[in-house]
Design a protein around this ligand. Structure first.
Ligand SMILES: [Zn+2]
Length: 145
């Protein structure tokens, strides 16, 4: 007699190993592109500078004499004497100059010697000396050569 023991076999041990899957998805690091930002430079206009004009100076002194410069040639000329600080008209005086001696020498060597002394008497061959009528200082000498 056999005993049949119908014994169900123990269920197979199913070991489900649920191992957590370690899925490491490493996402690529985010690309951070740093674009140079344009620098905004705000320039403030400089503050206005207020300059106070100096007060007008009262003119007390007499106006400076206006020097009238006429060309000093062979005629008397109105000018400002730097010695006596006056507005004067010059006194002219012919003096022997280079042109006088050139004409005298030319006449002498051309054997016109009796007439070679004439240039000493002709004022148009002489230089002109301008003097001040007040202080008698020489202001200018007009030279023909
Ligand atoms: Zn003078």
């Amino acid at each position: 007699m056999a005993y049949v023991i119908n014994q169900a076999a123990p269920p197979p041990m199913i070991i489900e190993q649920h191992q957590p899957q370690m899925i490491i998805e490493q996402a690529p690091p985010p690309m951070i592109i740093q674009q140079p930002q344009p620098q905004v430079i705000i320039e403030h206009p400089p503050p206005p500078v207020y300059v106070q004009a100096p007060p007008a100076m009262a003119v007390v002194n007499a106006p400076a004499p206006v020097a009238i410069q006429a060309p000093m040639k062979s005629l008397p000329a109105a000018t400002f004497c730097r010695f006596c600080q006056q507005q004067v008209v010059t006194v002219t005086k012919p003096i022997n100059g280079v042109l006088t001696w050139i004409v005298v020498g030319t006449l002498f060597f051309c054997l016109i010697w009796p007439f070679c002394l004439i240039p000493f008497c002709v004022s148009s061959c002489k230089d002109i000396k301008h003097t001040c009528p007040r202080c008698n200082n020489v202001l200018h000498t007009y030279k023909r050569v």
